[in-house]
Design a protein around this ligand. Structure first.
Ligand SMILES: Nc1ncnc2c1ncn2[C@@H]1O[C@H](COP(=O)(O)OP(=O)(O)OP(=O)(O)O)[C@@H](O)[C@H]1O
Ligand SMILES: [Mg+2]
Length: 691
C-alpha cells in the first residue's frame, strides 16, 4: 500500500487542504499543535471510520470535525495491489453529536456511493486483513503494523501481562488455538454430557437383557401351552361335532315321529269327526224317513190328476170370457152410436121445430115440411129406442155370462195354486229321496273312511312305540352336548388366554428387544463418544496448548531477536541490554542487574517502545500472508527524548526495515537530513496548512 494524498476538509485545525505523499520516507514536521497528527488521524478515519468512545485508541467524530463546522470530509488516495483507490468519508454534526455520513469508494476510477459500514467492509477486503481478527478489532492490525497513535506507543508495554498476551495472541493469530481449545473443551463437555446421557440409557442394559431371556423362556412355555390347549380344544370340538351330528339324526327321527304323531292325531280327529258325522247322517236319515212316511204320495198324485183336468178348462174359459167381453164392448159401441143418432134426431127435431125461415135462402119453412122431417126423425128415434133396448138386454145377458165365467176362472186358479202346492210337495218328496240316497252314500263313505283311518292309526302305533326311546336318547344327548359345549367354551377360553399371553409376551419381547437395541446402540455410541472425548481432552486440547506454546515460543524468539537488535542499535550502550521474556515483557539488564523500565531514562524508554513497536510490525507482517499494508509504516513522534546520535541510529533502523513508504511525524529538525521528503506544516489563525 502506498498513500498518494489525503484531503482534509474541516478536520480539526484544517479547513481544506490536500497533502500529497511520495515514496520512501517522508517527514511531517512542524511546531507543536500545527496539525501533524491530524493528518494521521485523517488517514485512520478514512480507512476505518470513527470509533466512538473516550479511550486513547478511540477516534470519535467530535475529535475530528472542526469546531464550528457542520460537515467535513477526508479523501484518501492510495495504491494497493495494483489498484488505484480513493476513499471519501464524511462527518455531519447534528446538535451536539457528530456522526459519519455516507461516502464513496473509487477503485480504478469506478465510483461506488456507500454507507459508512459498506465502506468499512470494502476497505477490509482491500487491505487483506484476516476476517476473524477484523471482527474483534478492525484497526488492531493497523495499530500494530502501520500506525500507532502518538499517545499509544508505550501503552502495550505497560498493559497487564495477560491482557498483552491476549492482544498479542490476537494479532499473531494465535488466539485461534485458544479458541479451538475452548471450543474443544466445550465440545468435550458436551461429549461428556452425551456420554452420561448414553450411560443413563444403557445403565440397565444387563437387567433388560436378563428380562429378554426370561421373556423368551416364557414365550417358549406359552407356545407349548398354546399347542396343548389347541389340541384339547380340537379334541373336545371333534366330540362336540360328532355328538351334534348324532343329536341331529335323533332330532330328525323325533321330528319324523312327531310328524307321524301329528298325522295320527289328525287321523284320530278325522275318525272321530267321521263317526260324529256318521251319527249325524243317521239322524238326518231318520228325520227324512219319518218325513217320507208322513207324506201320502198316491193321494197327492190322484188329486193332481183331477186338478190338472180341471185346470185344462182354464184357457177355453179365458178365451170364452175374452170373446164375450169383446161382444159386450161391441154392443156398448153400437149402443153409444144408436144413442148418438137418437140424440142427433132429437136435436134435428128441436131445431127444425124452432126454425121459421131457411138460414141459407131466407125463405120461410113450411110447417108440413117441418112435420115430415119431424116424423121421419121421430120414426128413427123410435127405431133407435127399440135397438137400444135390444142392445141393453144383450149387454146385460153378456155381463151375466162374464160374471159367471170370471167366477169359474177364479175357481180354476185356486186349483192351479193347489196343483203347485202338490207339485211342490211331490218335489220335496223327491228331494228327500234323493237326499236320503246321498246321505246314505255319504254315510257309507264315512264308514269306509273311518275304517281306513283306524287301520292307518293302528299302523302308527307300532312306529310310535320308538318315540319315547328316541326322545330319551335325545335328552341324554342334549345333556352330553351341553357338557361338551361348556367344555368347549372352557377349552377355547384357555386357548385364547394362552394365545393372548403369546401375543403379550411377543409384544413384550419386541419392546424389550427394541430397548436392548437402543441400549446396545447407546453403549456403542457411548464408547465412540468416550473415545472422542478422551482424544479431545487428553490429546487434542493438550496438543493445541503445546502448538500454541510452541508457536508463541517461536514468535517470541524471533520477536526477541528483532527487538534486542533494534534496541541495541538505538541504545549503543554495552552495559545496557534489553530482551523479551516469554510473556513478551521487556527485560532490561544493566551491568548484569535487572532494571525496572520505570527507572530508565526518557530516551531509553522511547527506544524500548520504538524497538518493541518495530519488532511487532515486522513479526505480524511476516506472520500474515494476506496483509497488503506491509510496505507502509506511519510513526508519530517516535523519537521523543532521543539524543542527536540516537536520531542518526533511527535512520539505520528505518533503512533496515526496507519499506516502500514511511511517514514520520516529528518536530525533530534533524530528521530532515535522512528522509526522502519533508512536508512542513504551519498553523495560522487556527487553520493548518503546508508551508
Ligand atoms: N476539533 C477540533 N477543531 C479544531 N481544532 C482542533 C480540534 N481538535 C484538536 N484541534 C487542534 O488542532 C491542532 C492540531 O492538532 P494536532 O494534534 O494535529 O497537532 P500536532 O501538530 O500533532 O501537535 P504535537 O506536535 O503537539 O503533537 C491543535 O491545536 C489541536 O488543539
Ligand atoms: Mg501530534
Amino acid at each position: 500500500m502506498k498513500i498518494n494524498s489525503v484531503v482534509l476538509n474541516n478536520i480539526r485545525s484544517y479547513t481544506d487542504e490536500k497533502i500529497k505523499f511520495g515514496s520512501g520516507t517522508t517527514l511531517i514536521s512542524g511546531d507543536i499543535g500545527c496539525g501533524k497528527s491530524s493528518v494521521l488521524y485523517a488517514i485512520d478515519f478514512a480507512l476505518f471510520g470513527v470509533r466512538p468512545g473516550s479511550k486513547s485508541d478511540d477516534l470519535p467524530g467530535a475529535a475530528l470535525l472542526r469546531h464550528g463546522a457542520n460537515t467535513g470530509h477526508v479523501i484518501l488516495d492510495f495504491s494497493i495491489d495494483g489498484k488505484s483507490v480513493k476513499i471519501k468519508r464524511t462527518l455531519v454534526r447534528k446538535n451536539t453529536t457528530v456522526s459519519q455520513g455516507a461516502g464513496s469508494v473509487t477503485i480504478n476510477g469506478v465510483i461506488k456511493d456507500l454507507t459508512a459500514t459498506e465502506i468499512k467492509s470494502d476497505i477490509l477486503v482491500l487491505l487483506g486483513y484476516p476476517e476473524n481478527l477484523l471482527k474483534k478489532n478492525k484497526s488492531l492490525l493497523f495499530r500494530y503494523t502501520v500506525y500507532t497513535p502518538q499517545e499509544q506507543m508505550k501503552e502495550i508495554i505497560f498493559e497487564k501481562v495477560e491482557d498483552r498476551l491476549d492482544t498479542l495472541r490476537n494479532v499473531f493469530g494465535m488466539d485461534k488455538y485458544k479458541r479451538i481449545s475452548v471450543n474443544a473443551s466445550l465440545f468435550s463437555l458436551e461429549l461428556r454430557r452425551t456420554k452420561s446421557r448414553f450411560e443413563g440409557v444403557f445403565l440397565d442394559l444387563e437387567q433388560k437383557q436378563e428380562e429378554l431371556k426370561v421373556a423368551v423362556l416364557e414365550k417358549e412355555l406359552v407356545e407349548k401351552n398354546v399347542e396343548i390347549s389347541k389340541k384339547d380344544f380340537e379334541k373336545i370340538n371333534l366330540s362336540y361335532l360328532e355328538k351334534k351330528e348324532g343329536l341331529l339324526t335323533l332330532k330328525n327321527k323325533i321330528d319324523e315321529l312327531l310328524a307321524i304323531k301329528t298325522k295320527r292325531d289328525v287321523l284320530k280327529k278325522s275318525a272321530e269327526m267321521s263317526e260324529k258325522r256318521s251319527v249325524e247322517i243317521k239322524n238326518e236319515l231318520k228325520i227324512l224317513r219319518d218325513k217320507l212316511l208322513k207324506t201320502d204320495e198316491k193321494t197327492l198324485r190322484l188329486r193332481l190328476g183331477i186338478l190338472e183336468k180341471e185346470i185344462v178348462l182354464l184357457d177355453s174359459k179365458k178365451e170364452e170370457l175374452k170373446k164375450i167381453q169383446l161382444d159386450v164392448r161391441e154392443l156398448e159401441g153400437k149402443l153409444r152410436e144408436c144413442d148418438t143418432r137418437k140424440k142427433t134426431a132429437n136435436e134435428l127435431i128441436e131445431k127444425i121445430s124452432s126454425l121459421d125461415s131457411c138460414p141459407t135462402c131466407g125463405q120461410g119453412v113450411d110447417v108440413t115440411y117441418k112435420q115430415s122431417i119431424c116424423d121421419v126423425e121421430g120414426k128413427k128415434i123410435t127405431n133407435f129406442d127399440k135397438i137400444l133396448t135390444i142392445h141393453k138386454k144383450n149387454i146385460l145377458e153378456k155381463e151375466e155370462i162374464v160374471k159367471k165365467l170370471t167366477l169359474e176362472i177364479d175357481a180354476i186358479r185356486v186349483k192351479e195354486k193347489e196343483k203347485i202346492t202338490i207339485l211342490h210337495e211331490l218335489k220335496g218328496l223327491d228331494d228327500v229321496l234323493k237326499n236320503m240316497s246321498l246321505k246314505e252314500d255319504e254315510h257309507q263313505k264315512m264308514i269306509d273312511e273311518t275304517q281306513k283311518t283306524l287301520q292307518e292309526i293302528a299302523g302308527f302305533v307300532v312306529l310310535l312305540k320308538e318315540f319315547d326311546v328316541v326322545r330319551a336318547l335325545y335328552v341324554k344327548g342334549e345333556q352330553e352336548i351341553e357338557k361338551l359345549r361348556v367344555g368347549l367354551i372352557e377349552a377355547k377360553s384357555v386357548s385364547s388366554k394362552f394365545e393372548q399371553a403369546m401375543v403379550d409376551v411377543k409384544k413384550r419381547i419386541v419392546s424389550i428387544e427394541k430397548e436392548v437395541a437402543i441400549k446396545l446402540k447407546a453403549k456403542k455410541d457411548c464408547l465412540i463418544v468416550s473415545d472422542y472425548e478422551n482424544w479431545i481432552s487428553y490429546t487434542f486440547i493438550p496438543l493445541l496448548d503445546t502448538i500454541e506454546k510452541h508457536m508463541m515460543a517461536v514468535i517470541q524468539q524471533e520477536f526477541n531477536a528483532l527487538f534486542s537488535t533494534w534496541f541495541s542499535v538505538l541504545v549503543e550502550d554495552e552495559n545496557l541490554s534489553c530482551t523479551i521474556d516469554d510473556k513478551f515483557s521487556p527485560l532490561v539488564m544493566q551491568n548484569g542487574f535487572e532494571v525496572s523500565y520505570n527507572f530508565l531514562s526518557g530516551g531509553e524508554k522511547t527506544s524500548i517502545a520504538l524497538a518493541y513497536r518495530l519488532a511487532l510490525n515486522k513479526i505480524i507482517n511476516s506472520l500474515s500472508e494476506t496483509i497488503r499494508t506491509k510496505d507502509l509504516l506511519i510513526l508519530d513522534e517516535p523519537t521523543d527524548g532521543f539524543s542527536t546520535e540516537q536520531l542518526d541510529r533511527v535512520r539505520d533502523v528505518l533503512d533496515e526495515l526496507k519499506l516502500k513508504q514511511i511517514l514520520i511525524v516529528s518536530h525533530e529538525a534533524k530528521m530532515a537530513d535522512f528522509v526522502d521528503n519533508v512536508i512542513r506544516f504551519r498553523k495560522s489563525g487556527h487553520v493548518s496548512g503546508i508551508c
